[in-house]
Design a protein around this ligand. Structure first.
Ligand code: IFM
Length: 456
């Protein structure tokens, strides 16, 4: 197989890395930031591995210039980061100029390094005071989110070309409100379904705020989508596949891109809720035209119909294939299938892989380097999967590796490392891993070749 080259990708394709505010910034009380649901959740015993919190994380709030220099050295075109709502708009208060000033500094640094900023507005850090009023299970949160989007658009819209309203609303709603594995740690299935809807309503309203403030902005949303299949081809798994696909993928794709909820998802969940939180006009707002759809893909979802034929329970199957440190099955073909499926079922639309990556138990070796061949192999295989999707007609516009650097991996704390750059959390020392070297080589060698082509 020939070596993968940047020049294999279409002209204008954006390569980047991604992070999120709570996972890297630290400085949780600096400059009048108000508490978020993750500050509360991590303070509660037993929620996070080793009792870790995001209090310091990568201290990016103070070390952002060093981190941008690392990004520049990687040769990326774009950086996807998230803005912390609790830093810039305390609920019921006025925009916080000190919090806004941090993102001003970051944006200026990025632009000076020639890196395009792609901003996510919500990567799970809801202000705690809004959770106290019902959180995403309450409709009003969607309107508060749209106000915050308007403040961000006014403050940063002159420098941010690409906006992502929400990151992975499935995780916010189902892990946050049904399983309780994420903040705010609730275990109420009806609340989770209402939260999913209000998140999407918030997306639609924020889209309107962004367009009103910045008509030229490119606005999208990021969904964690997956390819759902059975462990084998036996028809007995078909019902589990349908149900899992409905409650993970189509519950967001259909309202967003078709303006309606999937009928089977509504009937599958009718025993939990009457869906009366869906009001007239909501779906029109939710299905406002987006400029691109962000897709986060890590692993396929392999399901079985469970022990009892005919039962509604969905079992998770183990096909005994290679897995990453998170225990997630590695299947690059699932990324190609996910991207082609969206294009086939929802019509051609610009797609961007806004996250993809793998965690491994990395260590700094005696030679001072971090040798992580598994991460490089994962990266290469998934970039090839992107090329396969493009060959099959997908309008794929970009790829963002998760993540720039090791960071706070939610309920796993610092036990799982996803970075291209290693972080020693005791000293905050950064060391680019071999996978980071590979990505830099791929990006910069390709860029030099492209520039030579262009100057001919
Ligand atoms: O770290 C997360 C990120 O915040 C959202 N997508 C998945 C990543 C890995 O679990």
């Amino acid at each position: 197989m020939s070596a993968l080259q940047r020049a294999d990708f279409p002209e204008g394709f954006s390569f980047g890395v991604a992070t999120a505010a709570y996972q890297i910034e630290g400085a949780v009380t600096a400059d009048a930031r108000v508490p978020s649901i993750w500050d509360t959740f991590t303070a509660s015993p037993g929620t996070i591995e080793n009792g870790d919190t995001g209090e310091q994380a990568c201290d990016h709030y103070h070390r952002y210039a060093e981190d941008v220099a690392d990004m520049r050295d990687l040769g990326i075109d774009a950086y996807r980061f998230s803005i912390a709502w609790p830093r810039i708009l305390p609920p019921g208060g006025r925009p916080n100029s000190a919090g806004i000033a941090f993102y001003d500094r970051l944006l200026d640094e990025l632009l000076a390094a020639g890196i395009a900023p792609w901003a996510t507005l919500y990567h799970w850090d809801l202000p705690q005071s809004l959770e106290d009023e019902g959180g995403w299970a309450a409709r009003d949160t969607a309107y508060r989110f749209a106000e915050y989007a308007g403040v961000a658009a006014q403050a940063f819209g002159d420098r941010i070309s690409h906006w992502i309203t929400l990151n992975e609303p499935w995780v916010s709603s189902f892990l946050g409100y049904a399983s309780g594995l994420h903040a705010p740690g609730r275990t109420d299935h009806a609340a989770a379904l209402a939260a999913a809807h209000h998140l999407m309503l918030g997306h639609g309203l924020a889209l309107q705020s962004l367009r009103a403030a910045r008509p030229a902005a490119h606005v999208g949303i990021t969904l964690n989508l997956t390819h759902v299949e059975g462990p084998d081809d036996r028809p007995l798994h078909a019902e589990a596949i349908r149900r899992a696909d409905a409650i993970t993928n189509r519950i967001f794709l259909d309202p967003l891109l078709r303006g309606r909820y999937p009928a089977d998802m509504l009937s599958d969940t009718a025993h939990v809720t009457d869906h009366s939180y869906v009001l007239e006009g909501d779906l029109e707002i939710i299905s406002g035209t987006i400029d691109f759809l962000g897709v986060n893909y890590y692993s396929p979802l392999v399901v079985t119909s469970g022990a009892y034929p005919g039962s509604a329970a969905i079992g998770i199957a183990d096909r005994r294939r290679p897995r990453s440190g998170m225990g997630w099955e590695i299947d690059p073909g699932g990324l190609t299938k996910t991207l082609t499926r969206v294009t086939r079922d929802y019509g051609p639309l610009p797609l961007v892989v806004t996250e993809n990556g793998s965690a491994w138990p990395d260590v700094v070796s005696d030679d001072g380097a971090v040798h992580d061949p598994d991460r490089t192999a994962y990266l290469v295989a998934h970039l090839r999967a992107c090329l396969d999707a493009i060959t099959e007609g997908v309008d794929l516009r970009g790829y963002f590796a998760w993540s720039l650097m090791d960071n706070f991996e939610w309920s796993h704390g610092y036990a799982q490392r996803f970075g291209l750059v290693h972080v020693d959390f005791a000293t905050q020392r950064r060391t680019r891993k071999d996978s980071g070297d590979w990505y830099a080589g791929f990006l910069t060698t390709g860029r030099a070749a492209t520039m030579r082509e262009a100057s001919r």
